[in-house]
Design a protein around this ligand. Structure first.
Ligand SMILES: Nc1ncnc2c1ncn2[C@@H]1O[C@H](COP(=O)(O)OP(=O)(O)OP(=O)(O)O)[C@@H](O)[C@H]1O
Ligand code: SF4
Ligand SMILES: [Mg+2]
Length: 344
């Protein structure tokens, strides 16, 4: 991918393909995703429900396994140049616990209900940072305080169910940040929370990102959050990347009809905007039997014959901005970007 960065990326995903083998057939959930992430940068992944955001995130975290799950040959997830798909168990433990961390929407499901939260923070520190018990215990208290949990000395001894939703999410972030990960994936970390707590959690992620230069992948339905948090945006549709670029390029100079539809679905893209992506008429394709051509062809106002037959090539517009759409082929009819604000 053509990005404006000069330093080597911390993460390169190349042609990631993930399928689930179900009774109904092969669900092709991720169909050739490539991306790059650099130190200290925040990349947002957007796209409607079921487009493959979480499966991509889980694959990057080494959390896609199981007998009905297949990461297709040729897929590569390079962390500092090493393919994590070829890691042995020891390397994978180090990667998952020490190098990268994930915060899910549902903290209750991700925390161990039978273990005190302090202990959950300490485990990672003892395993991955070589701290002794006393050191790790002090650090657990410090981390809970850092994520804004009042009275951390007392609360380290409590269990996850004794925390409110917002406080549990903070515990997850404390666990995720305890080892100062180089890479943090936040999969809708604030969706279930009220607006004030959402703000505080996002501020926390930003602060900690500043302190540790952590690279962040942020999955969210909220384009206001994207504008606030991310430098780059990747737009997914039906298991593929349809457009990728800086926030400015995606919000003000989008090149893909699906991105146009996404942006049209929110009234304003300034920092105050808290609207979620609204529905676009029609349904995404069936992942059991995706179309041979452009996945957006059934809902696209500009669909041409070739769109139904062949997957569009990626066109590069400079500074890492790229889109996969036949409209950018030199022989395609000229189509101006619609006036997205005037149409609301
Ligand atoms: N274990 C599984 N078995 C079968 N299909 C699966 C499995 N996990 C995910 N899928 C399918 O893969 C596709 C992508 O799922 P994914 O969870 O990545 O979507 P998403 O973009 O994160 O959506 P949302 O915004 O709703 O979280 C969906 O069609 C989903 O039904
Ligand atoms: S390739 Fe064709 S169908 Fe797909 S988004 Fe572009 S114009 Fe629409
Ligand atoms: Mg998801």
């Amino acid at each position: 991918m053509d990005t404006p960065h000069t330093n080597a990326p911390i993460l390169q995903v190349e042609d990631l393909r993930v399928s689930f083998h179900t009774y109904a057939g092969e669900v092709k959930a991720v169909r050739g995703v490539s991306l790059e992430l650099h130190e200290g940068e925040a990349l947002a992944i957007v796209g409607e429900s079921g487009c493959g955001k979480s499966v991509t995130a889980k694959a990057i975290m080494g959390l896609i396994h199981g007998k009905n799950t297949e990461i297709k040959p040729g897929s590569r997830i390079l962390y500092h140049g090493e393919n994590i798909l070829e890691y042995n168990a020891r390397q994978m433990r180090h990667y998952k616990g020490g190098e990268c961390a994930i915060v899910f929407q549902d903290a209750l499901a991700s925390l161990n209900p039978t273990m005190r939260v302090g202990r959950q923070i300490m485990e990672n520190l003892m395993i991955h940072k070589g701290m002794d018990r006393a050191e790790a215990a002090r650090e657990a208290v410090r981390m809970l305080g850092l994520v804004g949990i009042p009275d951390p000395e007392k609360r380290v001894r409590e269990y996850p169910h004794q925390f409110s939703g917002g406080m549990r999410q903070r515990v997850m972030i404390a666990i995720a940040f305890a080892c100062a990960p180089r890479m943090l994936i936040c999969d809708e970390p604030t969706t279930a929370l009220d607006v004030t707590i959402q703000e505080q959690i996002l501020e926390l992620i930003r602060d900690l990102q500043r302190i540790h230069h952590t690279a962040v992948i942020l999955i969210t339905h909220d384009l206001g959050v994207v504008a606030n948090m991310a430098q780059r945006v990747m737009v997914m549709y039906s298991g593929v990347v349809v457009e990728c670029g800086s926030c400015e390029d995606i919000f003000y100079r989008p090149r893909h009809p699906y991105t146009w539809a996404l942006i049209r679905s929110v009234p304003r893209l300034d920092l105050e905007n808290k609207q979620a992506l609204s529905n676009i008429p029609g349904a995404p394709p069936d992942l059991l039997n995706p179309p041979a051509g452009c996945p957006f062809c059934t809902r696209c106002d500009y669909c041409m014959d070739i769109c139904r037959e062949q997957m569009p090539a990626v066109t590069h517009f400079g500074k890492g901005h790229e889109a996969a759409c036949w409209l950018h082929h030199p022989m395609a009819p000229h189509v101006d970007m619609p006036d997205l604000e005037a149409e609301q």
